[in-house]
Design a protein around this ligand. Structure first.
Ligand code: SAH
Length: 351
């Protein structure tokens, strides 16, 4: 069997496509259907050890062990919030840590997963931004977070995982290929077979990448962290807006809608003294006219004693009422898991 040092240089079997696995077996005078069996163990049954592959002979398992490794994530620490939310700090094979969250509601269990270690975007209100971007997660590291939460949903709630949101650490559209590859494994009948309409990818709003999603014909939902519809304010909150202003975002969203016919969700926090005036409400209503959409008014989760504070309930209500008056669905979202720093924008490896 390979030593630890040898193991680390072995090829990660989850980087192999089905065709590559087939070629591997054929090259070793084995039947190509073995590849399908292995692929199913990896992506449908989420095997983390070759010895779990019990329909392969010991000899074949040894062949795999000599040539490949499997590098599953490990839950380093699990915390449970008073509201039932579970936060996992998960350790990657190189020792880095990301966080993923299980959010239970009466009718759903949602997995909130990370796409990068840290983040490069510098949104001024977000704790993850303080970490800087260390690296992209691989497709299997994203997939594994879903598998962990899927098991926790059964174990702690006796219910299946129903939804997945890419709203953990990182910007999914800056790790485009791996995020799409992970979603493919999660939705494929050869994988976890979850419906793509139960998956939402949330982005800071990178226009070019939104167009690419539309061109690639993706079937999952898109959410955009908008937070303001006036360039000057949005640029202060989210520096990405300087090179990727609202006009470009609107154009990309129109392109998305034309190609996919699917609504977009805008995430929006109302902050005291920043965007809690009718001028900002009007700008949002105008922005919402670009394409069919809905708005999630999310509660601000304090990350430190910095300049940001949640606006008054009246200010948030003004947003909701005005949006409703214009026929736009707007929901006020209560924060979950705040007590364990598991809420939006609080993921920062504080362990
Ligand atoms: N980079 C992607 C994915 C992160 S999702 C994106 O920006 O959409 C995390 C969501 O939480 C985003 O909508 C983000 O704007 C929001 N968020 C960040 N910090 C927050 C905070 N302190 N309170 C509430 N929401 C926050």
């Amino acid at each position: 069997m390979p030593t630890v040092a040898e193991k680390s240089v072995l090829k990660d079997i989850r980087k192999m496509s089905l065709a590559e696995l087939e070629a591997f077996f054929v090259a070793h005078q084995e039947k190509p259907f073995r590849a399908k069996q292995v692929y199913e163990w990896l992506w449908k049954k989420s095997a983390t050890d070759f010895d779990q592959m019990t329909n392969l002979s010991l000899e074949l398992r040894d062949l795999l062990k000599k040539n490949f490794s499997i590098n599953p994530i490990k839950v380093d620490r699990m915390q449970r919030s008073a509201d039932g939310t579970i936060k996992n700090a998960v350790r990657l094979h190189d020792g880095l840590i990301v966080e993923s969250v299980l959010i239970p509601t009466p009718d759903r269990i949602t997995a909130c997963v990370s796409s990068q270690v840290g983040c490069s975007l510098d949104c001024t209100f977000c704790a993850t931004a303080r970490l800087k971007r260390m690296r992209n997660l691989s497709a299997d590291e994203i997939y594994d977070q879903v598998v962990v939460i899927r098991e926790q949903a059964e174990q702690y709630f006796g219910r299946p995982l129903t939804n997945i949101v890419f709203m953990g650490m990182g910007e999914p559209l800056l790790n485009y290929n791996n995020v799409l590859a992970a979603i493919d494994k999660i939705t494929s009948p050869k994988g976890l077979n979850m419906a793509p309409r139960r998956i939402t990818v949330s982005t800071v709003g990178i226009a070019k990448m939104i167009k690419k999603l539309a061109d690639d014909g993706v079937k999952f939902n898109l959410a955009v962290s908008l937070h303001d519809a006036i360039n000057e304010t949005r640029s202060r909150l989210m520096p990405i807006n300087e090179t990727n202003p609202l006009e470009d975002l609107a154009e990309a969203l129109k392109y998305w809608y034309k190609k996919t016919g699917r609504k977009v969700t805008y995430e929006y926090v109302v902050w005291k003294g920043i965007n809690d005036t009718p001028e900002h409400v009007r700008a949002l209503v105008k922005f919402c006219k670009h394409i069919p959409c809905k708005v999630n008014l999310i509660e601000y989760n304090p990350i430190d004693d910095g300049p940001y504070q949640q606006a008054s309930p009246e200010a948030v209500k003004l947003y909701q009422d005005t949006l409703h008056a214009h026929g736009i669905i707007a929901r006020i979202r209560k924060s979950r898991g705040q007590d364990i720093d598991a809420a939006c924008g609080q993921l920062a490896n504080k362990i």
